[in-house]
Design a protein around this ligand. Structure first.
Ligand code: HEM
Length: 410
C-alpha cells in the first residue's frame, strides 16, 4: 500500500518532525518543496546525500546565487541581515573570502584556547543554578539554557559586563519572536549597531578578547574591513547563541523523557567519566539537535543530487535532523543511546562551513549537563508533557519553555 505524503511544516510537524522526515528519506529523499515563506527549495534528507551536499563546492553560500535573489530577498537567510549591513559573514560567503575570514578567527576556537575558558563556563553555569536551586522548580530554558551561552559568548567577544544585559535583552527578542522574521530583524539591527559602536570604542583600549583581535587584524593589513569585523562579531553571536540554547533544552528534554538513559548519565557524572559525558553530548545532538536544517545553499551550475536534477540558482536545504536518523547510517536511529560510539552525525555540519564554535559548544553542553545533574539530583519534568510548545522557524528547533521540578537545594 502506498504511503501518504506527510504534511511538512503543518500542525503537529513542529512537535515531532521525525516521522515526516522518515517518509521523505524513504520516498522522496531530495524533494522540491514550497516553504511556509512561499520560497521553494530542495530538501535533502538522506545522510549520504546530506554529507555530500554540505561539502559540494557547486553549492554556494552566497545569497546572490539564488536565481530569484531579488524576489526572495528578506525571506532567505538571517532576518534583517541586509538592512543591518551584516551580510559579509561566514555563512554567506564562499572561498577565497571565506578562507581568508575564517582563518582570522579560527585560532580563537582551537580546543586548547576554548579549554582555557572552561572554569568561566563552569562558574556561569553554577551561578545560574544558584538563582533557582532553592525554589524547587524552574524554566530550564529561560533561567539556564538561554543566559549561559549569551554570557559565555559576550565574555569571549569582550562585551563589557555592564552592557551584557542589553545583549540579553536583544537575544531574548530574537528567541521569543523566532518564527516571526520582523522581531528577529529588529534584534539583529540593535546588535549590529551596538557592535559597530563597541568596535569603535575598543580601538583605544585593545584587550585580549576576540573583538580586539579582529580590530588588530583589520589594522594590520590583513584585509579585514570594519564592516567585515562587525559582521564576524555578529555571526559569532548569532550562530553561537540559539544553537546552544536549544542543544541544552532539547537535550535535557530527551533525557527527562528517558529515565534509563538519564540514570546512565547520572552514574557517569558521579563517577567523573568525562568520556561518557562527551559521548552523551554528541548523541543528544544527533537525536534531537538544535539545527534542524543547515543554512541556505544555492547551486552555481546544474547538478544531480540523489537522482534529481537541480538547476543553477536553485536553493538547497540539507535537513540535518533527517540525516541524523537515517537507518542506512545509524543503528537503531530512533533510539537514544548515550554510549553510541559510531556516531559521525552532521549536527555541526560538514566541509568548509563546519561549525567554527564546535569546541565551545561541546564545552558548554558538557558543563550544562554536569552542572544540572550534580546540582539537581531528582530533576524531572513539571506538568503535562503535552503542554510543551516548540518555537517556529525554519532552521532551528527548540522549546519555548522547559518547566522542571526537583528537591530544593538547602
Ligand atoms: C551548540 C551547538 C551548535 C551547533 C549544533 C552548531 C551547528 C552549526 C552548523 C550545523 C553549522 C554549519 C551550517 C551550514 O553549513 O549551513 C555551524 C556553523 C557555524 N557555527 Fe555553529 N553550532 C553550535 C554552536 C556554535 C557556537 C557556540 C559558535 C560560536 C561561538 C558557533 C559558530 C559558528 C559559526 C561562526 C559558523 C559558520 C562557520 C563557517 O561558515 O565557516 N556555533 N554551526
Amino acid at each position: 500500500m502506498a504511503e501518504e505524503p506527510p504534511e511538512l511544516f503543518g500542525p503537529g510537524f513542529t512537535a515531532d518532525p521525525y516521522p515526516a522526515y522518515a517518509w521523505l528519506r524513504r520516498n522522496e529523499p531530495v524533494r522540491w518543496t514550497v516553504l511556509p515563506s512561499g520560497v521553494p527549495a530542495w530538501l535533502v534528507t538522506r545522510y549520504a546525500d546530506a554529507r555530500r551536499a554540505l561539502a559540494d563546492p557547486r553549492l554556494s553560500k552566497d545569497p546572490q546565487r539564488h536565481r530569484a535573489a531579488e524576489h526572495a530577498s528578506g525571506r532567505v537567510g538571517i532576518p534583517g541581515e541586509r538592512r543591518a549591513n551584516v551580510t559579509p559573514h561566514l555563512l554567506n560567503i564562499d572561498p577565497p573570502d571565506h578562507t581568508r575570514l575564517r582563518r582570522l578567527v579560527s585560532q580563537a576556537f582551537t580546543p586548547r584556547r576554548v579549554a582555557a575558558f572552561e572554569p568561566r563556563v563552569r562558574e556561569l553555569a553554577d551561578r545560574l543554578v544558584d538563582g533557582f536551586a532553592a525554589r524547587g522548580s524552574a524554566d530550564l530554558i529561560d533561567e539556564f539554557a538561554f543566559p549561559l551561552p549569551i554570557y559565555a559568548i559576550c565574555d569571549m567577544l569582550g562585551v563589557p559586563a555592564e552592557d551584557q544585559e542589553d545583549f540579553r535583552h536583544w537575544a531574548g527578542m530574537m528567541l521569543h519572536t523566532s518564527g516571526r522574521r520582523g522581531g528577529v530583524a529588529r534584534a539583529v539591527k540593535h546588535m549590529r549597531a551596538y557592535l559597530g559602536e563597541l568596535i569603535h570604542r575598543k580601538r583605544d583600549a585593545l584587550g585580549d578578547d576576540l573583538i580586539s583581535g579582529l580590530i588588530r587584524a583589520s589594522d594590520h593589513g590583513e584585509h579585514l574591513s570594519e564592516e567585515e569585523a562587525a559582521a564576524m562579531a555578529f555571526i559569532l553571536l548569532f550562530a553561537g547563541f540559539e544553537t546552544t540554547v536549544n542543544l541544552i533544552g532539547n537535550g535535557m528534554l530527551s533525557l527527562l523523557r528517558d529515565p534509563g538513559q538519564l540514570a546512565r548519565l547520572r552514574a557517569a557524572v558521579a563517577a567523573g567519566d568525562e568520556e561518557f559525558v562527551a559521548l552523551a553530548a554528541e548523541e543528544l545532538l544527533r537525536f534531537d539537535g538544535p539545527v534542524e536544517l543547515a543554512t541556505w545553499r544555492f547551486a552555481t551550475e546544474p547538478l544531480t543530487l540523489g537522482g534529481r536534477r537541480v538547476a543553477a540558482g536553485d536553493p538547497v536545504l540539507v535537513v540535518l535532523a533527517a540525516a541524523g536518523r537515517d537507518p542506512e547510517r545509524f543503528a537503531a536511529p530512533d533510539a537514544l543511546d548515550l554510549g553510541r560510539t559510531d556516531n559521525q552525525h552532521l549536527g555541526y555540519g560538514h566541509g568548509i562551513h563546519y561549525c567554527l564554535g564546535a569546541p565551545l559548544a561541546r564545552l558548554e553542553a558538557r558543563t550544562a549537563l554536569r552542572t544540572l545533574l550534580v546540582r539537581l539530583p531528582d530533576l524531572r519534568l513539571a506538568g503535562d508533557e503535552s503542554q510543551l510548545r516548540w518555537r517556529g522557524g525554519l532552521i532551528m528547533r527548540g522549546l519555548r519553555a522547559l518547566p522542571v521540578e526537583f528537591s530544593p537545594e538547602r
